[in-house]
Design a protein around this ligand. Structure first.
Ligand code: UT7
Length: 332
């Protein structure tokens, strides 16, 4: 029978009700709907306003949704991995907190941080536990409360980010579906262009770090854009070529949603028509590790078993990558 492949067998998601639209942002900083729409493509984003809830709450709601939609008991889960750059706290891991919140008791859990590439890095990490035969049901959740680290007086970053969470269930398969190939890359050159300076062991929190606003996202947009636009497309084209996929063979491109111009450039390089590109950046903005599964969640009804899907991401680090998978089920 050989080794199993890992396949996604269900998706869940959660996003807060509160909508911060571009008009609302215009009242906070010197910006315009026209600038944000033409430079980035975002109309609105969701914000978790409850002061007593963090990203683990968002993650737990998505996992609950996933378990409900897949008719899975928390007791069946062997492993839960959470990708996040906004954990509730440095430790314990968000994965531990989420597992506790949803009643997953017979599993182990941990977090990983690959910036906005969190979904592709985490998906491949989760898949290893399925493919080596040690786990039968793995939950992988991207959970981000980006509003917690966004400076709403900085117009260069505050329009970009939103809060959301999305989770997938991975199981073994011997059918010709599931994760087929991946390319993951990192380059530490990115650490000076996109980071949160303070709060870690290098610059622990002090009055000064707070006054200097060093607990917020810092981004040199143009430098990040330049790398994102080339690297995301490079790996997407490479993974098509080495799997002999033409643009006609690709049913869907699911890109990380950071900037519509980066998404368009990636699709163009791949030769994939716009109608086959999942885009919901206008509604949610950049939700970091939750963007890709949130697209899959919204498009789930339109996905067919066997569809060739390319996931592509780029984020802080720098990190970037592409995954090629065949979709595993028709929605009942
Ligand atoms: O997901 C993780 C990876 N992150 C990314 O992939 C993000 C990559 N970067 C980007 O998407 C873009 O660089 C941004 C959307 C962040 C910025 O767009 P840009 O076209 O690179 O703009 P810019 O930074 O070059 O700024 C152009 C102008 C500047 O004014 P001057 O110097 O030309 O007078 C900015 O001050 O736009 C100004 N500006 C704004 N104006 C109105 C910057 N932010 C705003 C704003 N509203 N919100």
């Amino acid at each position: 029978m050989g080794k199993p492949k890992a396949v996604i067998t269900g998706i869940g998601a959660y996003y807060p009700d509160y909508i911060l639209d571009n008009e609302g942002l215009c009242r906070m900083v010197d910006t315009s709907d026209e600038w944000i729409m033409t430079r980035v493509g975002i109309k609105e984003r969701r914000i978790l306003r409850d002061k007593d809830k963090g990203s683990a709450y968002l993650g737990a709601r998505a996992v609950e949704d996933l378990l409900r939609r897949t008719n899975t008991s928390p007791d069946e889960i062997d492993l839960l991995i959470c990708a996040t750059v906004t954990p509730d706290m440095h430790f314990p891991a968000n994965g531990n907190i989420i597992s506790d919140m949803v009643g997953i008791k017979h599993a182990f859990s941990f977090d990983l941080n690959a910036g906005c590439s969190g979904f592709v890095f985490g998906l491949m990490t989760a898949a290893q536990w399925i493919e080596n035969g040690t786990c039968k049901k793995v939950v992988f959740v991207g959970a981000e409360k980006m509003s917690a680290i966004t400076d709403y007086s900085d117009r260069t970053t505050c329009p970009l980010f939103g809060d959301a969470s999305s989770a997938v269930l991975l199981e073994p398969t011997y059918e010709d579906v599931g994760i087929k190939d991946h390319i993951l890359r990192t380059d530490g050159i990115g650490r000076s262009h996109l980071y949160m300076k303070a709060g870690g062991s290098l610059y622990p929190p002090t009055i000064e770090t707070v006054i200097n606003k060093e607990h917020f996202i810092y981004q040199e947009g143009q430098a990040v854009f330049k790398h994102a636009v080339s690297k995301m497309a490079d790996v997407s084209v490479e993974i098509m070529e080495r799997n002999d996929l033409t643009s006609d063979d690709v049913a869907w491109l699911v890109p990380h949603q950071a900037n519509l111009r980066i998404i368009d450039a990636t699709a163009r390089r791949m030769g994939v028509d716009n109608s086959k590109v999942m885009i919901n950046i206008q509604k949610y903005g950049n939700t970091t590790s939750a963007t890709i599964p949130l697209c899959l969640y919204e498009w789930e009804d339109r996905l067919n078993k066997g569809d060739n899907i390319i996931l592509a991401a780029f984020g802080a680090g720098f990190t970037w990558g592409a995954v090629y998978m065949k979709w595993g089920y028709d929605k009942k």
